[in-house]
Write a protein that binds this ligand. Structure first.
Ligand code: ADP
Ligand code: MG
Length: 915
């Protein structure tokens, strides 16, 4: 009721001050009850920037007169009976929005209202015409007031406060307003809170907290805004919350009135609904300093709109006129009615544009300062009863409404920057940035860690590679060193060979050089041996002596016992000593044997004057050994006799690796001599050797053992024994694991020998012998290749014997052991040997070449092989052999074989080849 600022202008409403005669043409324009407020930016997004206003200034308010509706209560039961013979004191013309007040039977006065609601008006309609526009304004950010004025019992509470719990159509304005507000606010950005108060005898009581019974009104000196900081504000989220709140308030109102010995009709009930909504303001436009035409737009600022809906169920208006009538003291009655009469005075002053509006006279008028003559949209509903008995009260109510219709408000939105929400938003943003920063920091740390780890790995890998390379380099250097030493040695031997017999003779004559040193060694070892024999004899004599002493010595009590013990110990020592000496003797003998053998070989080599080719013949490599041993049989044989075969074989199982290897060497050397082979096998030597092959990892031992077995495998009986004892398999395994070409040479030699035995053909294949033989070709060393080729030739020769000679014995044997082999292709072809054979048929090394040439001839003798041989390119090799082979016998064998085979003949005819 800031009358000075919001003074009603002259305008059209002046005429409404006076009751209108029914015949008079109304100069009060029947304005619509609907809002005239232009649509806010809330309802039309994208429209012009929000009109911003605040209570501190701004003159862009919208005029908004207080709207007044009149509602007639239907006759109640009592009135229906008592007033049965009288007409109602009012007659309503709702379509004209007019009300006729009967003075008497012949005179009446007509009043025009913004809305005239008959006794039949529904609660819904009442809400829609009276309260809805106000509620909508509140949602738009304006303050709003809906107030009921009237005599007690005319339906103020019915209109405003009905809960309509049993009948929803009976819900009053309070419930419906709240429903509408809740339906339109957003729980995320907006808030709704409620206070519920009672004003009685100038005291404001909190209906939500009865203990709070003297709430003071606070006015903002700058804006003039009034507030009740002491009142309870309850946040409302849904309708249930609100209904609960109204029930609580009503219960407290009844309790408070009982306590004060009053009734609710004498107090004013005030419900305040605070609505806070967030909206985005307009973009701030900042003109650039240099270019006035260009603009930098800032993002819109968050704004908050705080509005308040005040619903007032006033005390009965009759008190104004009947003060003291119900037994109250005059002062008390004055106090009871002070607020209501002050309200009347203020409205009168506002209606009359009076200079002074006594707003401060009562708490009610202070509370409703904004509702009348302020910035709020206000609707007043005046309620009247039909009874002519209360005509006076009804008239004064109508006049009150008429005066209120003249009050002009200036509606303004209360809008301010939402610093809270801005700070909340910024806080959230800050938190998000902090979280993001932390995440990125973590990613960064992880990345750093990963790079560190990678770097460490790389460094260690480089270190490892470097170490490997260093080691490789070291090994390479070592190898090169050894290689050059070897080359030097070879050169030396070559030189010696070049010098020939002369040199040797010279060595022999002057007693120097390798030959003579070996002779010296032998002599020395012989000496040592004799010394050992002598020591042994002495030891034996000593033992015998002690034994006889022991025999002579009778039991001589305890002293004698200890003597015996001593002697027994000495005896045991002696026996141990003896055993050791014996072992040493054996080792010495075997060493001597070895040396003798080596000396023989050396001599033989030198004797040949370098002309003899070690691998010149087609025989096994061991044959040279055999030859050399045959030629110098006597010393070996003598040593063999001296040591005894059994003892040497026993040493094969010695714990001492040195002894074992010597023993194996000796056995291998002995096995090279045909005469010894049978005896070695008889004494279990072959079994021991095979055992060694099976159980020893050391390739040195395996090499020598394989050599010994190869020697023994020259004999046909031994070949079968080797097979029976699983030798083929053992040799195959040894071949697959061997790395040293010399080991491979020995194994290949052994298998090659076995390949020459017709009876072993099947076993050789089934136990992997052939595969192992072919596999050894991988080594590429000519010595090994030569043995492989020899094995293939031997095998092919046996196969051709079975197929061409048709020995019934072999056929039967094959049929029994492997029926599939009888008339099938060569096992060699089946096992994939043909490409290797063809490839090496013209090998530079003549021993290899000869063996393969023979193998090809043998394979070609079996007609079943012919096609594979043709497709594998073997025919060309055979033709070459038949023409170019330096050996006459092989040449003619090839020619004969080719001419005998119909398939080869046909192919040669086709190719126009003649042999
Ligand atoms: P007030 O609050 O003005 O003293 P109430 O609202 O208590 O009056 O109403 C008094 C009685 O009249 C109640 O019993 C109420 O139900 C009844 N009443 C009021 N208005 C109406 C109406 N429009 N239609 C039916 N009954 C009404
Ligand atoms: Mg009431």
């Amino acid at each position: 009721m800031a009358s000075n600022v919001y003074r009603n202008g002259t305008g059209s409403h002046k005429g409404a001050m006076r009751p209108l005669a029914a015949s008079n043409s109304s100069n009060v324009k029947s304005s619509s009850f609907k809002s005239r407020i232009p649509p806010s930016s809330n309802h039309s997004p994208g429209s012009a920037p929000l009109r911003r206003s605040n209570s501190a200034g701004g003159s862009d308010g919208v005029p908004g007169r207080v709207r007044v509706a009149v509602r007639l209560r239907p006759r109640n039961a009592e009135e229906s009976v008592a007033d049965a013979d009288f007409a109602d004191c009012v007659e309503l013309q709702p379509e004209l929005k007019r009300l006729k007040l009967r003075k008497n039977n012949w005179d009446s006065e007509t009043y025009e209202f913004d809305e005239v609601l008959t006794e039949f008006a529904s609660q819904k309609r009442v809400y829609e015409v009276v309260a809805k526009p106000v509620v909508e304004s509140v949602l738009d950010g304006y303050n709003g007031t809906v107030m009921a004025y009237g005599q007690t019992g005319t339906g103020k509470t019915f209109t405003l406060g009905r809960l309509g719990e049993e009948d929803t159509s009976a819900r009053g304005i309070m419930v419906r307003s709240m429903e509408e507000i809740l339906a339109n606010v957003s729980p995320e950005t907006d808030s709704v809170s409620v206070s519920y108060l009672q004003l009685y005898m100038e005291t404001i009581q909190d209906l939500l907290d009865p203990a709070n019974d003297n709430i003071s009104i606070v006015e903002d000196p700058k804006t003039g805004d009034v507030s009740l900081p002491g009142a309870t504000h309850v946040e409302i989220r849904d309708e249930q919350d609100f209904m609960e709140l109204l029930r609580t308030g009503e219960a407290h109102r009844i309790a408070a009135n009982t306590k004060l010995n009053t009734e609710s009709s004498r107090s004013h009930a005030i419900l305040m609904v605070h609505v806070k909504r967030s909206v985005l303001g307009a973009e701030d436009v900042i003109p650039s300093e240099t270019d006035k035409s260009s603009h930098f737009a800032k993002p819109p600022k968050p704004l908050v709109r705080k509005s308040k809906l005040v619903l007032v169920d006033l005390a009965g208006s009759e008190r104004v006129h009947k003060s003291g009538s119900e037994g109250h003291m005059l002062e008390e009655a004055k106090s009871i009615n002070l607020s209501l009469s002050a309200l009347g005075k203020c409205i009168n002053a506002l209606a009359e544009n009076s200079a002074h509006v006594p707003v401060r006279d009562s708490k009610l008028t202070r509370l409703l300062r904004d509702s009348f003559g302020g910035t709020a949209r206000t609707s007043l509903i005046v309620t009247i009863g039909p009874s002519p008995r209360h005509r006076g009260e009804t008239t004064s109510t109508i006049l009150f409404g008429q005066r209120a219709m003249k009050v002009e408000n200036m509606l303004r939105i209360k809008e301010e920057f939402d610093y809270k929400s801005l700070s909340r938003k910024l806080e959230i943003q800050l938190d998000q940035l902090i979280a993001e920063n932390e995440r990125q920091q973590k990613v960064f740390d992880d990345e750093v860690e990963r790079i560190n780890l990678e770097a460490l790995n790389r460094v260690s890998e480089v270190e490892r590679n470097f170490a490997d390379a260093l080691e490789k380099e070291r090994l390479k250097c070592q190898m090169e060193y050894m290689e050059s030493v070897k080359k030097l040695e070879e050169k030396m031997i070559e030189n010696q060979q070049k010098h020939g017999c002369d040199g040797f003779m010279k060595d022999k004559c002057n007693g120097e050089g390798p030959g003579s040193s070996i002779v010296e060694d032998v002599a020395e070892i012989k000496k040592l041996l004799e010394k050992e024999i002598h020591t042994r004899k002495e030891a034996e004599e000593e033992v015998n002596k002690l034994k006889s002493q022991l025999g002579e010595c009778p039991d001589s009590g305890e002293g004698g016992g200890s003597e015996i013990l001593k002697l027994q110990k000495a005896l045991a020592d002696e026996v141990r000593q003896k055993k050791k000496l014996e072992e040493e003797m054996i080792i010495l003998r075997s060493q001597m044997l070895q040396l003798t053998f080596e000396a023989d070989q050396m001599r033989r080599c030198l004797g040949r004057n370098g002309s003899a080719n070690a691998y010149g013949g087609l025989d096994s490599p061991m044959s040279q050994v055999r030859d050399s041993l045959n030629a110098h049989k006597t010393p070996v044989a003598a040593l063999f006799e001296q040591v005894g075969l059994q003892k040497i074989l026993a040493l094969l199982e010695s714990e001492d690796a040195n002894v074992r290897i010597h023993a194996v060497k000796v056995v291998a050397n002995l096995a090279a001599e045909e005469a010894n082979q049978e005896r070695i096998v008889e004494a279990g030597g072959l079994t021991s050797l095979l055992m060694l092959l099976r159980s020893y990892e050391d390739e040195n031992i395996r090499r020598v053992v394989a050599g010994a077995i190869a020697n023994l495998a020259m004999n046909e009986t031994n070949q079968e024994l080797i097979m029976i004892q699983g030798g083929i398999n053992l040799l195959s395994v040894t071949a697959s694991r061997a790395e040293d070409p010399q080991t491979l040479r020995m194994v290949a030699g052994a298998i090659a020998n076995l390949c020459g035995n017709d009876k072993l053909q099947t076993k050789l294949r089934s136990e992997g012998g052939i595969k192992a033989l072919l596999g050894m070709a991988r080594c590429g060393h000519p010595d090994v290749l030569s043995q492989v080729a020899r094995g293939i030739a031997n095998f092919a020769k046996c196969e051709s014997r079975v197929s061409t000679n048709g020995s019934i014995v072999f056929l039967l044997h094959d049929l029994i052991t492997n029926p599939g082999i009888k008339s099938g292709r060569s096992v060699l072809i089946n096992d994939g040997a043909l490409p290797w054979i063809v490839q090496n048929a013209n090998n530079d090394s003549s021993p290899i070449r000869r063996h393969i040439e023979l193998a090809l001839c043998h394979l070609a003798q079996h007609e079943v092989n012919a096609k594979d041989m043709i497709s594998g390119g073997a025919l060309w090799e055979l033709v070459r052999i038949s023409r170019d082979c330096s050996r006459e016998d092989i040449r003619s064998l090839a020619r004969r074989t080719l001419n005998l085979s119909p398939i080869f003949r046909a192919e040669m005819r086709r190719l126009r080849i003649e042999v």
